[in-house]
Design a protein around this ligand. Sequence first.
Ligand SMILES: *Cc1c(COP(=O)(O)O)cnc(C)c1O
Length: 399
Amino acid sequence: MSSRLESDPAKATTPLLDALQAELAERASLGLLRQRRVLHGMQGVHVEVDGQRLLSFCSNDYLGLAAHPALISAMQDCAAAAGAGTGASHLVTGHQAAHEELEHTLQTFMGMPGILLFTTGYMANLGIITALCGREDAIFADKLNHASLNDAALLSRAEFKRYPHNDLASLEHMLAQSQARRKLVVADAVFSMDGDLAPVPELLALCDRYDAYLLLDDAHGFGVLGANGRGVLEHFALDSPRIIYMATLGKAAGAAGAFVAGPRILTDYLMQAARPYIYTTASPAPVAAAAMAGVKFIQQDYDRRAHLHGLIDRFRQACQLQRWQLMPSQTAIQPVVIGSNDEALQVSKRLLEKGILVPAIRPPTVPKGSARLRISLSATHSHDDIQQLISHLQMLEAA
Ligand SMILES: *Cc1c(COP(=O)(O)O)cnc(C)c1O
C-alpha cells in the first residue's frame, strides 16, 4: 500500500468516493444540485445574499423576530449571566433557569400542563414518535408531512401507513382495518409547501372514533394562527387529551428549538423515554432566552400578527394570475404553482435579477408537475414590498 508520503491527495479515491461523485454528477445533470448562499448580516425581509441586496420572501421568520433588538439583547443578557454552552444534557446539569422559565411561560401561554423543550423540531418529532410507538403500533401519516415525521416513523419500527393529503376517507379506512396496539395519526397542522391546514377537528373525531391519538406538528402555525397566536388548536378551538401538540421556536418565535405540549403524564414520560431529549447536550441558555422573548411578542404584540394577516389578505386579493395558480392558503405560506420545473426555475431567476428572492420548489419536494414558487410573508414586509412582488409576478406571467 502507498505510504502517506507517496500518495497524491488529489488522486486519492475509494469505491465509496467514486460512487458519491457519480451520484453528485447525476444530480447536477438533472438540475437538482442544491447550492448554499451566504447571508451577510441578519435575517429579514431585506437581506444581503452573496453580496447582493435582496427583498426576500423566503424565510420562516413570519413575525420578523429573528433579528429583533429585544431578542438579541435577551440573548446577550442571558449569555452574560448563564454562559455560552450548557455543557451537559438536560437530565444531567444542562437544564438551566432559562429553559425552566421558558417551559413555565409556554405552560401558561398554551394553557397546557405538560411542556417539554427540545433542541430542534426535528429532534422533537424523532423523540415523540419513537418514545410512543414501537413494533406493535401503527402510524398513519399525511403524504405531505414534514420529513422529520416520516424519519421518526421509520425509526420507531411501527407499521407506517401514509394517506393521501387531507384524505379523511382513506385515513378512516386505514384506521378501521388496523389491529395495532396503539394508533397514532400524524399531521403537519400547516403544510409547509402548500400553506393549507390539516382538517384538525375531523382528524380528532376519527381519533376519538377509532381510539387513536393525534400528533400535530404546528411548526408553521404557532405564533401565526389563532387570535392570541397559540396556533392551530386555538384556531379551531380544540382541546383533547388525545392531542400531542408540537411546535418549533425557530420560525415565528424567531429563535430556535421546539416544544411538546399535552397532558403532564405525556411530557413526564417523554422526559424519561425520548432519546433525542436524553442523549444530547441541552441547547444554550441564551437560545432559550431569545425564544422566551419571541414568545412574549407572540403573546403581547397583536399588531405584528394583525399586520401579517393584513399582508396575506392583500396579497391574495391583489395577486390575480391567469396561467399560474395561487394555492388556497390562509397562512404566511403563499405558494404559486407554475407547473414545469424549468419555468419555475426561470421565474425564480428572473425575480432574482429584479432583486427579489423567492425560491422555486421542485419535485421530489413537491409532486411532479407542481413546481412552484414558495412565497412566504413576514410581518416586517410592507404593503409596498407585497405590491412589488405582485407586479413582477404578473409581468413575468404575461411575458
Ligand atoms: C421546520 C420544521 C420542522 C423542523 O423544525 P426545526 O426546529 O427546524 O428542526 C419540523 N416540522 C415542520 C413541519 C417544519 O416545518
